[in-house]
Write a protein that binds this ligand. Structure first.
Ligand code: GAP
Length: 488
């Protein structure tokens, strides 16, 4: 059972062991931006590798993609983000703090991600008994107003050709914009998916909670294209697959659940959505979203067909998005440039899309919290991270028992040999017990110690992190033994 019950404990562990640091710390830090340290970057890379292996490498029906962060502004007009991707906020009249209206309702941790913006409904929010989370004043708020979440930037040095671009708020749109390219080049047939991992940016109103909600974060998304009518079956399939991925990587079942979105929570593009939620043990102990699995129907491909037809209006409008109406739906939209022709059925249609969309940073946080454990060993506290081997930043640490008698040379040779296959760490400083404890806290599954006996019979001790059991293994069998245990 994880013993971390306060967010500060995980923040402090992450800093102490070099998992995660505050960004720009030497200048006092930059709010809600974080840097991954030596262990953190390994953990995060392993989360990405495990995701890619599960959804691309091990499947015949999903291919990968890596799109640029900056995209044509019309992408965001067509997707609906330029007009609808906003939070409803209210400003405290006393301290001027702006808070998301849905967060005021709970005035603590929250479930809700970004919901469709409905300004018409803004007036329905009664804030008279809501408390400002910053100064505690009750009921003194401005009228709710929309706050746009996309970061803007300018491209181009010349006034004539410069234009406003957006840092992408989701990786998904790069996939939709490349649907035709992949279809024409990758010999794929529906049903198939396109997967991508990459950075996304949102000018979040409420951040806090460490790396749970930040303004720059990494997403791992699949857009799975299927025939309309089969979408609900594929939604159920992906729901199970994605839930089980977390369990297979060691998250305790009692800390994970699926939660269906209520209709007023759905994003502007979704017909249905279910969240994979993790029970973080701090804050109000609420369940929090790790991943959403949405049924996006044919919304995005249809919208991009309309966007493509409207592109000239954008040029006529001095490359501005405001006041552009997307072209109305043509009668033949099912035959448009983003449609699919099914050879067997001799039928053309716009595919429906099931989208499992995970947060890499959030998953890394959940894996960290879930793996954390404390226990007493011979009267002393032992802190450890019981990471699944696939996620462990370091797979094996190699120690000479003492710094003499030729043991460091033997240990170094073993280290040089093993590091060709997986991430290893060499350490010869301090008492061996302390070296074990440091690796326990980094989540290293195996420690290998070279001692006097190694010189006699070519065996080393292999100590297992969770059970602390030690076995003697001959050095020529070491690599095979570790690879089998690590499943690498
Ligand atoms: N394309 C769909 C989409 O972006 P989302 O629910 O807004 O859906 C998907 O985001 C996942 O991305 C979330 O489940 C979460 O893990 C991650 N995510 C979203 N906003 C985030 C933020 N501000 N900080 C960290 N992760 C975030």
């Amino acid at each position: 059972m994880a013993k971390i019950t306060k967010l500060e404990d995980i923040v402090s562990l992450c800093k102490r062991r070099g998992f995660i640091f505050q960004s720009s710390e030497i200048y006092g830090g930059l709010a809600s931006c974080y840097d991954y340290g030596p262990l953190g970057v390994e953990l995060k890379n392993n989360v990405k590798k495990a995701w890619w292996k599960s959804v691309v490498q091990m499947r015949d029906d999903v291919v990968g993609l890596d799109c640029s962060i900056l995209m044509h502004p019309m992408v965001w007009k067509a997707s609906g983000h330029a007009d609808k991707f906003a939070d409803l906020i209210a400003e405290c009249k006393k301290c001027n703090t702006r808070t998301r209206v849905d967060h005021l309702a709970e005035h603590a941790e929250e479930h809700t991600e970004h919901v469709s913006l409905d300004i018409a409904q803004a007036a329905e929010h009664d804030l008279s008994n809501k408390v400002c989370p910053s100064c505690g004043t009750v009921g003194k708020f401005t009228e709710p107003m929309p706050f746009k979440l996309m970061f803007e930037t300018q491209m181009g040095a010349n006034v004539d050709d410069s234009m406003t671009l957006y840092l992408r708020p989701e990786t998904a749109q790069g996939i939709f914009a490349n649907f035709r390219n992949v279809l024409d080049t990758a010999r794929v047939k529906i049903p198939f998916g396109i997967a991508q991992i990459g950075k996304s940016f949102r000018n979040e109103v409420t951040t806090k909670a460490f790396i749970f909600r930040t303004r720059e974060f990494e997403q791992a998304e699949i857009e799975f294209f299927c025939q309309p009518g089969t979408d609900e079956q594929w939604w159920n399939t992906w729901k199970d697959l994605r839930f089980n991925w977390y369990i297979e990587l060691g998250v305790k079942k009692e800390n994970l659940r699926l939660r269906d979105h209520a209709s007023d929570e759905l994003a502007h593009y979704a017909k249905a959505c279910v969240d994979v939620e993790y029970k973080f043990p701090f804050g109000s102990g609420d369940w929090q979203e790790l991943e959403g699995i949405a049924n996006r129907t044919d919304y995005d491909l249809r919208q991009h067909q309309r966007g493509m037809r409207t592109l000239n209006k954008w040029y006529e409008n001095d490359r501005e998005l405001t006041n552009i109406d997307l072209a109305g739906e043509a009668d033949d939209y099912q035959k448009g440039p983003l449609s699919y022709f099914d050879e067997e059925q001799k039928k053309r249609f716009i595919p429906y899309v099931i989208e499992p969309s995970a947060g890499i940073d959030r998953s890394a946080l959940a894996f960290l919290v879930d793996a954390y454990d404390e226990e007493e060993v011979r009267g002393e506290k032992r802190n450890l991270l019981r990471f699944h081997p696939a996620l462990a930043p370091i797979k094996a640490a190699i120690f000479p028992l003492v710094k003499k008698d030729g043991l460091p040379d033997i240990a170094r040779n073993i280290y040089d040999d093993l590091k060709k296959y997986f991430n290893c760490f060499y350490d010869q400083k301090g008492a061996v017990g302390r070296r074990y404890r440091r690796q326990d806290e980094a989540g290293t599954p195996f420690c290998i110690t070279v001692d006097g006996q190694t010189k006699e019979d070519n065996t080393v001790t292999v100590r297992e992190r969770d059970s602390m059991e030690q076995t003697r293994i001959s050095t020529d069998k070491l690599l095979g033994h570790l690879r089998e245990k690590l499943d690498l």
